[in-house]
Design a protein around this ligand. Structure first.
Ligand code: FEO
Length: 169
């Protein structure tokens, strides 16, 4: 049984993961319109992964006798300036999500909820991996430069930890 505070914190995270999915979908569209098919595919897969994160939370809340809240997702931006600017935005967003997961960990400690504390560790690890993979992409971008987008667009799918497929977990 979830306490009200833990349930509310998890439901806020449902919204954040839903927004992440929308944000990355919007980035996929932007990249596709720029003719950057590799980058677009990376973001489509990322959007799918975020949706899986959202579902993971929804199912857990319901399983623990809470009720998942499905609300309207805020509209994401649709213009990103350049590929570098877009990936810097991704980094900023993932750091925001990591901070949010950390807050849930704290709520679990405050509420003495060892079960959710244990369960949420999957997200803690996932955030470490996501931040690391975005950092690797930003480093690579600096190396190839904005003028050599052909190479970056061709190589980006090979840089997905899970080999280009959305992680099914
Ligand atoms: Fe599910 Fe990238 O946070």
């Amino acid at each position: 049984m979830l306490s009200k505070k833990v349930e509310d914190a998890l439901n806020e995270q449902v919204d954040k993961e839903g927004y992440s999915s929308h944000l990355y979908l919007s980035m996929a569209v932007w990249a596709e319109m720029e003719g950057l098919g590799g980058i677009a595919d990376w973001f489509y897969a990322q959007a799918e992964e975020e949706r899986v994160h959202m579902l993971k939370l929804v199912k857990y809340i319901n399983e623990r006798n809470g009720k998942a809240k499905i609300i309207a997702v805020k509209e994401p931006p649709s213009e990103f300036g350049s590929v570098s600017e877009m990936f810097n935005k991704v980094m900023e967003h993932e750091r925001f999500v990591s901070a949010s997961i950390n807050e849930i960990v704290q709520v679990c400690i405050d509420e003495n909820d060892h079960t959710t504390h244990n369960w949420i560790q999957w997200f803690v690890t996932e955030q470490i991996e996501e931040e690391a993979s975005v950092k690797a992409l930003i480093d690579k971008l600096k190396l190839v430069g904005e003028h050599n987008m052909y190479m970056f667009d061709r190589d980006i799918l090979g840089m997905r930890g899970s080999g280009g497929e959305a992680d099914s977990e």
